[in-house]
Write a protein that binds this ligand. Structure first.
Ligand code: KG4
Ligand code: ZN
Length: 355
């Protein structure tokens, strides 16, 4: 298995300096969204189509990997076709095809990677393998291409929770990450325990509007200590509290849990920004769609004099426009990815400092 941009033989049409206006077809199939998008010049989104498998997995209370891969196989061709039609482009106008190569579910990743390579080969254009975490960071550039480093990105998704220092294109430093559950995973697990369904993040976000965030003083794990996160104990505190107080209002539990998670995320993001002298704070990943997190981060940036960048909710959750955006920068930096590159379910963010 090989990382994108790794030292593998290049694809059929090597071009180390693609035109700035290059149009890229991006494909995202790392988890339970089948997505395709057409993006020009790294930020001009001509189309972005996302077909969610949420309904398919909801009855199981979470993503079932085998079912996800099969659904990607069925959905990918129509989703790509729709993205091309909505963009109003034909295959002759596509200058490169990009796909997420990791991290994610290996069966799901392989569907997108194989399809992207096949299209690149047939159309005679470069294939670009994209790191899903890098793609979440590049979602910010889709809506504000002028964003200037140094900045800190708070990347909070179902599989990851990280604070990343962005020193320039492709130059990252992972300042901290979760030592156990990701923030989105904690939202999903707590929601399932409270009977709020799947996916849990949007359900907790919604229900919390009717709850009191100060009703229960849940712990703020690792608050004030470094840049790593821990959410598994918080989830246990929720379970213990509900067992002890069976009549507690679900809305209050949800709101108090959400407030605890957001407190920790915002506090650490602020400290991380101060530690590297960042001028901007960016949000990325599915949890970045959370209403309280967005509100609190915005307030904090006003107080700290930071430029806040909160991508639209559609660009926070998994989509292929962010894959095409990241591919545009990767192609310029590294050239095409070899067609012998595989998918890597455990791919990490390339960090300047090993973590
Ligand atoms: O980035 P994403 O779409 O997929 C991954 O790469 O993991 O993130 C999905 C995660 C899920 O855990 C979901 O519950 C969470 O993002 N999420 C939210 C909200 N919307 C999605 N969490 C809290 N509040 C939300 N509004
Ligand atoms: Zn994601």
């Amino acid at each position: 298995m090989t990382e994108p941009g790794g030292q593998v033989p290049s694809g059929p049409a090597e071009r180390r300096e693609p035109a700035t206006g290059l149009t890229i077809l991006g494909i995202e199939t790392s988890c339970d969204e089948t997505a395709a998008a057409v993006v020009t010049g790294g930020h001009d989104v001509l189309s972005s189509v996302v077909s969610s498998q949420v309904d398919i997995h909801a009855r199981y209370g979470g993503v079932v990997p085998e079912i996800a891969s099969r659904a990607h196989v069925e959905l990918l061709t129509p989703v790509v076709a729709q993205a091309m039609v909505e963009a109003g482009v034909s295959d002759t106008e596509i200058g490169a095809v990009a796909a997420t190569v990791g991290p994610g579910l290996v069966g799901s990743l392989l569907v997108g990677v194989s399809a992207a390579k096949a299209m690149a080969l047939v159309w005679g254009v470069p294939f670009v393998g994209v790191n899903h975490l890098e793609a979440h960071i590049y979602a910010a550039f889709l809506e504000d291409p002028a964003l200037e480093p140094p900045m800190v990105v708070l990347l909070v998704s179902g599989g990851h929770t990280m604070l990343v220092a962005f020193h320039g294109h492709g130059r990252y430093e992972v300042l901290g990450s979760t030592v156990d559950d990701a923030a989105g995973e904690a939202f999903d697990k707590v929601a399932r325990y409270l009977g709020l369904g799947y996916p849990g993040g949007p359900a907790i976000d919604r229900v919390s509007m009717q709850g009191d965030p100060e009703a229960i003083a849940f712990p703020r794990p690792l608050r004030g200590e470094g840049f790593d996160f821990s959410f598994s104990g918080l989830k246990t505190s929720v379970v213990n509290h509900v067992r002890k107080h069976p009549d507690v209002r679900t809305e209050d539990v949800a709101a108090s849990f959400q407030a605890a998670v957001v407190d920790v995320l915002v506090e650490k993001a602020r400290r991380a920004a101060a530690s590297i002298g960042a001028t901007a704070l960016c949000l990325g990943g599915g949890v970045a769609a959370n209403s309280l997190l967005r509100e609190r981060l915005l307030d904090a940036c006003v107080v700290d004099g930071l430029h806040a960048f909160l991508p639209s909710r559609a660009m926070c959750t998994d989509n292929a426009a962010m894959v095409a955006a990241a591919a545009w920068y990767r192609l310029r930096a590294d050239g095409p990815t070899g067609l012998d590159a595989g998918a890597d379910p455990n791919l990490r963010l390339p960090s300047l400092v090993g973590r």
